[in-house]
Ligand binder design. Structure first.
Ligand code: BEZ
Length: 267
């Protein structure tokens, strides 16, 4: 069997290392990022109806969306790499397990694999696609949504600049994989999938609190390379750099999200 290492380019390896520096705290996530599962309606719609389906939820977070699908009659296994998130998902009564999505060990078990707002954290993507294909029954579906090309680009650039300005390699701290629709279509097809639909959807998103809270909750991999003493200054630089583009007249923030939404099935 091929190992994850067989796939890994230097960029993917840097992304994987950066992603490992992201710390997930379920309580902090619930406070600052509840909108992530709240906005998962359209991709869940692509999966429906789910009653009676055996589904793997890949990157379930705290299980808020998984719980909805389970309530609709799906028989769901939920996985996430974060122990804190898995524990929050278990508290909802879900069958949630700590797993690395690059090393899935399921075989021919699921009618569908579902994923919301997780795949951009996981490199190399080919290893994920390979494991998903193995986990599905013949004809099984892979339905998901994650950050696509241009996602959170204004904040991402500002984070890289703020780190570069302090002598760090900002690009090497970047954990995110935001592919184009054509790029991800090619990957799915190379992994044995027929792609029924795939599209990039710009979705500027109002966030619940200050941009600094968003950065601390969702962009911790960037902050992790700076010293503790410099982190507030990094955030302050980013706020200043993006204010004109992303701050609303009422003082709140709208981040330039772009979703990549797709539905595929095993050929
Ligand atoms: C996203 O869901 O697109 C996303 C979440 C956190 C950081 C960056 C992107």
């Amino acid at each position: 069997m091929r190992s994850v290492k067989d796939h890994v380019s230097p960029i993917e390896s840097a992304r994987a290392k950066a992603s490992a520096r992201q710390d997930w705290d379920a309580e902090c996530y619930a406070r600052n990022a509840r909108f992530v599962s709240d906005l998962g309606g359209p991709v869940a719609e692509l999966l429906r109806p789910v009653s009676g389906l055996r589904v793997l939820d890949l990157g379930c977070g705290d299980g808020a969306l998984t719980e909805q699908l389970a309530a609709e009659g799906a028989d769901i296994v939920a996985i996430d790499a974060s122990a804190s998130q898995v524990s929050a998902a278990r508290a909802r009564g879900l069958d949630a397990r700590i797993r690395d999505a690059r090393r899935l060990d399921f075989e021919n078990e699921f009618d569908a694999v579902f994923s919301n707002a997780a795949l951009h954290w996981i490199s190399p993507p080919e290893a994920v696609i390979e494991g998903v294909a193995r986990a599905l029954k013949p004809g099984g579906r892979f339905v998901g949504e994650f950050g696509g090309e241009g996602n959170v680009e204004t904040v991402r650039r500002a984070l890289i600049s703020a780190l570069n300005a302090r002598g760090y390699d900002g690009a090497a701290a970047d954990p995110w994989f935001f592919p184009s629709d054509e790029g991800y279509r090619d990957m799915l097809q190379a992994g044995g999938f027929l792609v029924d639909s795939i599209e990039l959807i710009p979705r500027p998103t109002s966030i619940p609190g200050d941009l600094g809270d968003w950065i601390r909750t969702l962009a911790g991999s960037f902050l992790a390379v700076a010293s503790e003493a410099q982190r507030d200054a990094v955030i302050s630089d980013v706020r200043s750099a993006v204010r004109d583009s992303l701050q609303r007249p009422d003082g709140g923030w709208s981040v330039d999200y772009v979703r990549l939404r797709f539905a595929a099935r095993l050929a």
